[in-house]
Design a protein around this ligand. Structure first.
Ligand code: SAM
Length: 271
């Protein structure tokens, strides 16, 4: 009997209806690849393997990996890898199984201790298309938040820059073994076909967004003043042009406004 390892965020799903609801939310694909992070005891993997598409799965726990390997040894479409997902060159692994150009659909009941790094890594994959993932409910609400709410922050903006986020359903602790202390939620990220910025600007945009949300209670002008001499006149002009309150905080502003404001500052700095 496998003892759940806390250090690897092991909370196994045992409720068949929740497992089925997650799988039902995963797009069915004609050509493409499923990528699972942390298959654990195979709750989601079993159902994904029934679909006629390649599945690439990463499990860090050697003991779980061994039993998964035995369980799926006769499934040609299932490719299991033992190790830390975050330290793998996933695009290279995809190429190695002959699926280089396949659209990638991520499915995972994520280990909560590394939720954000995993999402970021997945968003950077070359052919990523959707992520259907279980995360802590609090994180789900932050990711799917709309401007003007307390959950809206840098994480929201930086994720919504890449993807549209749908909050699918809340999941109570008792469907896991062991039960976590908090509610979870299943969300779906659908990658946007067009990015609003040139990829060469994305790193600077990310740093800018962190500056914008630096101190949540401060106005946007006050958060940006330490970095840009021109913060006040530039922002006041932008707010006036767009019928926005000059005392706005970053949390009041939609992604599109934050991008336009970034472009103004960036063109000044890198003129
Ligand atoms: N998918 C299974 C389920 O739904 O029952 C298990 C989910 S459990 C929340 C998270 C899984 O991720 C565990 O099996 C854990 O060992 C694995 N894991 C944790 N850190 C990992 C990492 N860095 N790379 C790959 N797998 C990891």
């Amino acid at each position: 009997m496998h003892k759940a390892q806390k250090k690897w965020g092991q909370n196994f799903l045992h409720d068949a209806s929740i497992i089925q609801a997650i799988i039902d939310a995963v797009p069915t694909i004609d050509s493409g690849l499923y990528l699972e992070i942390g298959p654990g005891k195979g709750a989601l993997t079993n159902l994904l393997a029934e679909r006629d598409a390649p599945l690439l799965a990463y499990e860090i726990d050697p003991a779980l990996f061994r039993s998964l390997d035995a369980q799926f040894k006769n499934h040609d479409t299932v490719h299991l890898t033992q190790g830390d997902f975050l330290s793998r060159d996933v695009d290279a692994d995809i190429e190695a199984i002959g699926a280089s150009n396949a659209p990638v659909h991520v499915v995972a009941n994520l280990p909560y201790y590394i939720t954000t790094p995993i999402i970021r890594r997945c968003l950077a994959l070359t052919h990523i298309q959707t992520l259907t993932i279980m995360v802590q409910d609090e994180v789900a609400k932050r990711l799917a938040a709309v401007p003007g709410t307390k959950d809206y922050g840098a994480l929201t903006v930086l994720t919504q820059y890449y993807a549209t986020i749908d909050y699918l359903f809340t999941v109570p602790p008792h469907v896991f073994n062991p039960a976590p202390k908090v509610n979870s939620a299943v969300i779906q990220l659908t990658i946007k076909e067009e990015r609003l910025l040139d990829s060469s600007l994305e790193e600077r945009f990310e740093a800018f967004i962190h500056q914008c949300f630096g101190q949540k209670r401060k106005t946007l002008v006050n958060n940006l003043l330490p970095y840009y001499d021109q913060a006040k006149p530039l922002l006041v002009a932008y707010f006036l042009e767009n019928d926005l309150n000059p005392q706005s905080r970053a949390e009041a502003l939609h992604l599109n406004h934050l991008i336009k404001i970034f472009q103004k500052f960036d063109s000044l700095e890198h003129a």
